[in-house]
Design a protein around this ligand. Structure first.
Ligand code: NDP
Length: 454
């Protein structure tokens, strides 16, 4: 079905309903993508009604259709000599303000819908950073869990044998995401370099020895904490002595916990896909290091034996009494019931480390209860921001010091907060969802209109 239909509507509500109906018809069987577009359009539609040039230019309709989506076969051999086949993807969503930029996810749940939701979100997030980067995302339905190092290497190399022809330092610059860390990026970068015979900054999250940036590994978790601090300071609150719930035990969660501890907060939980660790007295740096070491080996949190830790199989942290929550594991980990549990646990602020961790019903519930809510595209933008700084360093052939990159990160998160306030202020309240969505939209939309119709 083409998009030549037009939503003739007298009200934003009618326009929204018509737009979402059309989107669902054009993209059947893609619930995560529908959810992400619905969440963003809820804020954008009232804005474009006040600024009809965007309706005339059909910007929302054009923005919700990826520039292209590549899907490909990835064959590799396991340690027993069996031939295995997975499906790889790259969604190049929008390069209006810079090369496509977004992570690669290796997880059995990866499919077209998940990557389209992530790529769509990435457009707005990248725009919010103020840096010249477009939106993209990719990955494969490959499960790195339980694979040997040699198997991971063979998979990454095979994945890159196809992906290399679609990417480049000024075309599309992938990074890591769930299941893709420094090891996987290194294997892929090695193969990219071998095939192209060029040493370029085509991937970010590289090792420090060969073009990576200091603070990239820490950036999403640190940035999340900096963003939360900006929000809280704006509301005359702070992190010191506050009880915080963190979910996840991967890259984002680990460095969010590290920075929260440094800011004087008491972090009482972390979790993984099998269960939750409750530490009543607060996670200390020694325990955090133990968790980092454990996760590097691909192990589960139930193996942590430290005193003061309670492990709860199959549970999430949302029922623990706390001040603030930082969901940092995966999409839709907070549904309506979890949102109710969080509010009755006393939580006054939710800051999203993961992408789309809250369902739209959960977000509505938070809004009704005046919960401070830092949406993912603003709160977790620190990772892609430092990835963009890695690209800058690669372009000029320099490596910046840790302190310089960290200062840049802090200033970017502060600017993102200000953008949210600028576009999200409603009387005395700031709606960070509207602020982030509209703030991210305006720059991309104006650039699209300047380019004309194509
Ligand atoms: P990791 O793979 O490093 O960690 C993911 C963590 O979430 C692991 O602890 C994993 O458990 C847990 N997890 C995964 N699926 C589930 C599930 N269904 N239920 C409960 N726990 C689960 O990924 P990252 O930390 O990099 O990414 C986490 C989130 O942050 C994702 O949404 C990602 O898109 C987002 N993000 C990441 C950025 C980055 O720079 N890395 C940047 C911006 C956003 P287990 O250990 O058992 O696998």
């Amino acid at each position: 079905m083409d998009q030549t239909f037009k939503c003739y509507a007298d009200t934003p509500e009618e326009y929204y309903d018509c737009f979402i109906r059309g989107l669902k018809e054009r993209n059947p069987g893609e619930p995560e993508f529908h959810q992400a577009v619905a969440e963003v359009s809820k804020s954008i539609v009232p804005y474009i009604f006040d600024n009809p040039k965007y309706i005339k230019g059909q910007v929302l309709e054009r923005l919700s259709e990826p520039d292209r989506l590549v899907s490909f076969r990835v064959c590799w051999e396991d340690d027993e000599g069996n031939i295995r086949t997975n499906r790889g993807f790259r969604v190049q969503f929008n390069n209006t303000i810079g090369p496509y930029k977004g992570g690669l996810r290796f997880h059995p749940s990866v499919n077209q819908s998940v990557l389209k939701f992530l790529g769509f979100e990435q457009i707005f997030k990248n725009s919010l950073t103020g840096l010249p980067i477009g939106g993209g995302k990719g990955g494969a339905n490959f499960d790195p869990k339980g694979k040997s190092d040699a198997e991971i290497m063979r998979f990454c190399q095979s994945f890159m044998i196809e992906l290399y022809r679609h990417i480049g330092e000024d075309v599309d610059v992938p990074a890591g995401d769930i299941g893709v860390g420094a090891r996987e990026i290194s294997y892929m970068f090695g193969m990219y370099k071998r095939i192209t015979n060029r040493f370029t900054g085509t991937l970010t999250g590289k090792g420090i020895e060969y073009g990576g940036s200091l603070i990239r590994e820490e950036a999403t978790g640190y940035g999340l904490t900096y963003f939360a601090e900006n929000v809280l300071n704006h509301h005359s609150e702070g992190l010191k002595d506050k009880v915080c719930l963190v979910s996840g035990a991967g890259n984002v969660a680990q460095f969010a916990v590290e920075k929260l501890i440094e800011k004087g907060a008491k972090v009482v939980s972390m979790s993984d896909s099998k269960g939750m660790l409750h530490v009543k007295e607060g996670i200390g740096l020694e325990l955090l290091q133990e968790i980092k070491d454990l996760k590097k080996k691909g192990k589960r949190l139930h193996e942590i034996q430290a005193t003061g830790c309670e492990y709860h199989e199959g549970k999430d942290p949302w029922g623990i009494e706390a001040d603030y929550a930082f969901p940092s594991a995966t999409q839709n980990e907070i549904d309506l019931d979890d949102a109710k549990t969080l509010i009755s646990s006393g939580v006054k602020g939710v800051f999203e480390g993961a992408n789309m961790p809250s369902t739209n019903e959960a977000i509505n519930y938070f809004n009704k209860h005046n919960t401070l809510f830092g949406p993912a595209k603003a709160a977790n933008a620190g990772g892609v921001a430092v990835s963009s700084l890695e690209m800058s360093q690669n372009n000029i052939g320099l490596s910046w010091e840790r302190e310089k990159v960290d200062n840049e990160l802090q200033s970017i998160m502060k600017d993102i907060h200000q953008t949210c306030v600028k576009y999200g202020q409603k009387k005395e309240k700031v709606c960070y969802i509207t602020g982030a969505n509209v703030g991210g939209f305006v720059k991309v939309a104006d650039a699209m209109l300047s380019f004309g119709i194509y």
